[in-house]
Design a protein around this ligand. Structure first.
Ligand code: C5P
Length: 317
């Protein structure tokens, strides 16, 4: 028996997926975040090593007559769901690039904290690109999607790829790093409230102008070497973040969070990206669980979670 033709059954729909497409996308931390000078375009030159960890947002895309976004979970009710949302902008950007109508019903289940320095908004944009590509059957390569992603935000291309990767330029130029297939174990201390990324970069410029910022991290060579072996103590000695001084200056209480991780026996603790989330490196999964419980009990953050990395970027399934 042949299926009946339906008037809305256009070419794109036949090429794409008729059912819902579910995409899981991870959070990121920067194992090394070297911030260079302010460029003429308002961005800073970066020398960073991105690392995708097992805290995920999930985006489901369904067929629709317009483009809509709904959400549940972390920050629901706080995030605009209109054209200013990065996931909606991603769907428009893909549709424009591929020459299709931007019609989809997007639903986000968020676990990545908002404005936490874990690239939650960028993750949702990456998820929307991958989900709509499958829904609409546009069939772009990961590199093509990463090209569209670069216009949406500096971290978005990395979240298409995932894993552990070097980021240069303003962070959008991503290349994989040679690393041993090791899983690293992390404790993620989520703060109350977020920090603005542009404000953190501005604060770093201010501290540098005043001569009170720390010495810039410089090259990623030490960290890249540490990723080629398996000892978390070696990796711990190579973690660093030039934005940490800025985050601490804007939120001095983060010093207590970092101290609590150290007191609980973490191998190292750093502010993630522009903060205020702090991440701690543990020896193994059991150690991470123990540190998470202790840091939580110290009352220095909203909540702690355990995570491992590296994990893949935005993927259907
Ligand atoms: O690229 P994205 O839109 O995520 O960046 C947000 C803001 O963070 C930028 O507008 C800029 O103020 C700051 N930023 C920066 N240098 C970078 C990346 C981001 O100054 N390399």
């Amino acid at each position: 028996m042949t299926e009946a033709w339906r008037p809305d059954d256009d070419d794109d729909q036949r090429r794409g997926s008729s059912g819902p497409v579910r995409v899981r996308v991870p959070a990121k931390v920067n194992l090394h975040l070297g911030v260079g000078p302010l460029r003429r375009d308002g961005y800073h030159e970066l020398n960073t090593v991105y690392h995708a960890i097992s805290i995920y947002d999930e985006l489901t895309a369904r067929r629709g007559d317009t483009l809509t976004l709904t959400m549940e979970g972390e920050g629901a009710g706080e995030l605009a769901l209109d054209d200013s949302n990065l996931a909606i902008r991603a769907a428009h950007a893909l549709a424009g690039y591929a020459g299709v109508l931007p019609h989809a019903r997007l639903h986000l289940r968020k676990q990545i904290p908002l404005a936490g320095g874990l690239a939650g908004g960028s993750a949702d944009a990456a998820a929307a690109l991958v989900a709509c590509d499958a829904l609409w059957g546009t069939g772009l390569s990961r590199d093509e999607l990463a090209g569209i992603a670069a216009d949406l935000g500096s971290d978005v291309p990395f979240l298409i790829h995932g894993g552990t990767a070097l980021g240069t330029g303003r962070g959008e130029a991503v290349s994989p790093v040679l690393a041993r297939p090791t899983s690293w174990h992390w404790v993620v201390a989520v703060a109350d409230g977020g920090l603005s990324t542009p404000a953190a970069y501005r604060e770093l410029d201010r501290l540098r102008d005043a001569g009170t910022a720390g010495t810039p991290l410089g090259s990623t060579d030490g960290l890249l070497g540490a990723l080629r072996q398996r000892d978390p103590r070696v990796l711990a000695g190579c973690l660093g973040n030039d934005l940490q001084d800025a985050a601490l200056s804007m939120r001095p209480a983060l010093a207590d969070t970092l101290k609590a991780g150290e007191a609980a026996g973490a191998l190292a603790g750093i502010v993630s990206g522009s903060g205020p989330t702090c991440v701690f490196l543990a020896r193994d999964a059991a150690d991470a669980q123990r540190i998470a419980t202790e840091v939580q009990a110290a009352g220095v953050c909203r909540e702690t979670r355990v995570a491992h990395g590296p994990v893949p970027g935005a993927r259907v399934g």
